[in-house]
Design a protein around this ligand. Structure first.
Ligand SMILES: *[C@@H]1O[C@H](CO)[C@@H](O)[C@H](O)[C@H]1NC(C)=O
Ligand SMILES: *[C@@H]1O[C@H](CO)[C@@H](O)[C@H](O)[C@H]1NC(C)=O
Length: 379
C-alpha cells in the first residue's frame, strides 16, 4: 500500500515536471573562426552586451545582443503535425520566434523554417513583429499555434514568424529564440510561453529552473514547473526581484579576497541565460580583470595565461546578503587560441548581467509564484 502511494506520487510528480534537455553546442565565434571570418566580423560588429537591455540602444521594441559565445539550446515544436525547431531559452527576453517559409534571407537557408500551411491549428494575424540585433534585425509577423515544450502542449501560443533575418543569424546554431522574461517587455505585447503555461494550468508550480553543465555537451536543462534537488547541493537562497521586466535583483557588491572590486554601494543585476558572460560597467570589469591578472584586448576580451588559472582568485557576488563565489577555473574559458575571462565591460551602463558563466555555477530557479530568484550551488 505504502509503495503504491509512493509510486503514485512519483508518477504524479513526473507528470507535472517537464524537462527540456539543452545541448551545449557550437558558438557563433567558433563557426566564424572555422570560416576565417571572426576577426573581420568582430571589427565590423563590436560586441555590445547592452543592446538587448537598454532601450536607448534599441531601434525597435525589442533587441537582442550579438553575443558570439552563446552555446545552449533545446528543441521545441510548433503546429499540427509538429514542426521542430532548436531555440535558445532566453531569460533575458520575452518573445518566441522562429524562421518561416516566407523568409528568403541567407539565415533561412540553413535553419528550419515554419510552414504555416502545413499546420491545421495555425491562425495568422496581420500584426508585424521585429527584433533588432546588434548586427541586423529579424522582421516578420505574428501567428498563433500549438507549441510543445518539454512534453507540455500549449494551445494558442502567439509567436513570431520571420520574413527576413540579419546575416548574423546564419552563423548561429539555433533557429529561433524562446523568451522566458516578463510580459511587460514582450514585443507587440505577445504573451510569453511561460505565461501561457501558467494560465493554462500546465505547470504544477509557477516556476522554472535551469541547470547548465560546464563540461559536457549534454546534461543541461530547463525544467518547467519544478526544482530537481539532485542538481544542487546545500540550501536554495531566495532573492526577491527588484523589477518584473527582466529577472532583475539587487546586488550588494562584487569582491575579491574581501576587497570590493565592483558594484560598490550596490547595483542592479539581471540573471540572463541568453548572455554568455558576466557583464558590468567597464570601469568595474577592467578592475576585476586587472585583479585576476587579465589584459583586455581590442575586442574587449580579458586575456589570461592558461597556466595561471589555478592560482587566480575567487570572485564573490553578494546578492541580497548571500554570497556566491566563482573560482578561476569557472570564469576562465580555454579555447584553441588561449584563455579568456568571462568578465566583459558594457561601457557606462550601471547594471550587471549574470550570464551563463554565473549560471553554470548555480542552479537557478526563476519563480513567478512569488517573483524571486532561487540560487543554489550546482551539483
Ligand atoms: C518563494 O517561494 C519559495 C518556494 O517556492 C520559498 O521557499 C521562498 O522562501 C519564497 N521566497 C520569497 C523571497 O518569498
Ligand atoms: C587576501 O587578503 C589577505 C589579507 O586580508 C592577504 O594576506 C592575502 O595576500 C590576499 N590574497 C590575495 C590573493 O590578494
Amino acid at each position: 500500500m505504502k509503495l503504491a502511494i509512493v509510486l503514485f506520487s512519483l508518477l504524479a510528480l513526473s507528470e507535472c515536471l517537464h524537462k527540456v534537455p539543452l545541448i551545449k553546442g557550437k558558438t557563433a565565434r567558433m563557426i566564424l573562426k572555422e570560416k576565417g571570418l571572426w576577426e573581420d566580423f568582430r571589427k565590423k560588429y563590436p560586441y555590445n552586451p547592452m543592446v538587448k537591455f537598454d532601450p536607448r540602444f534599441a531601434v525597435s521594441a525589442e533587441s537582442l545582443t550579438n553575443d558570439a559565445d552563446l552555446e545552449y539550446y533545446g528543441v521545441i515544436s510548433i503546429g499540427t503535425p509538429p514542426q521542430s525547431f532548436t531555440v535558445m531559452f532566453d531569460s533575458g527576453s520575452s518573445n518566441l520566434w522562429v524562421p518561416s517559409t516566407y523568409c528568403n534571407s541567407q539565415a533561412c537557408t540553413n535553419h528550419n523554417t515554419f510552414n504555416p500551411q502545413d499546420s491545421s491549428t495555425f491562425q495568422s494575424t496581420s500584426q508585424s513583429v521585429s527584433v533588432q540585433y546588434g548586427t541586423g534585425s529579424m522582421t516578420g509577423f505574428l501567428g498563433y499555434d500549438t507549441v510543445q515544450v518539454g512534453g507540455i502542449t500549449i494551445s494558442n501560443q502567439i509567436f513570431g514568424l520571420s520574413e527576413s533575418e540579419g546575416s548574423y543569424m546564419y552563423y548561429l546554431v539555433p533557429d529561433g529564440i524562446l523568451g522566458l522574461a516578463f510580459p511587460s517587455i514582450s514585443s507587440s505585447s505577445a504573451t510569453p510561453v511561460f505565461d501561457n503555461m501558467m494560465s493554462q494550468g500546465l505547470v504544477s508550480e509557477d516556476l522554472f529552473s535551469v541547470y547548465l553543465s560546464s563540461d559536457s555537451e549534454s546534461g543541461s536543462f530547463v525544467l518547467f514547473g519544478g526544482i530537481d534537488s539532485s542538481y544542487y547541493t546545500g540550501n536554495i537562497y531566495w532573492i526577491p526581484l527588484s523589477a518584473e521586466t527582466y529577472w532583475e535583483i539587487n546586488m550588494d557588491s562584487v569582491t575579491i579576497n574581501g576587497t570590493v572590486v565592483g558594484c560598490s554601494g550596490g547595483c542592479q543585476a539581471i540573471v540572463d541565460t541568453g548572455t554568455s558572460h558576466i557583464i558590468g560597467p567597464t570601469s568595474d570589469i577592467d578592475n576585476i580583470n586587472q585583479w585576476v591578472g587579465a589584459t583586455v584586448d581590442q575586442n574587449g576580451d580579458g586575456i589570461v595565461s592558461c597556466s595561471n588559472v589555478q592560482s587566480m582568485p575567487d570572485v564573490t557576488f553578494t546578492l541580497n546578503g548571500y554570497t556566491f563565489t566563482i573560482p578561476g577555473s569557472s570564469y576562465v574559458t580555454e579555447s584553441s587560441d588561449g584563455c579568456t575571462t568571462g568578465f566583459t565591460g558594457s561601457g557606462s551602463t550601471e547594471f550587471w548581467i549574470l550570464g551563463d558563466v554565473f549560471i553554470r555555477e548555480f542552479y537557478v530557479i526563476f519563480n513567478r509564484g512569488n517573483n524571486s530568484v532561487g540560487l543554489a550551488v550546482a551539483a
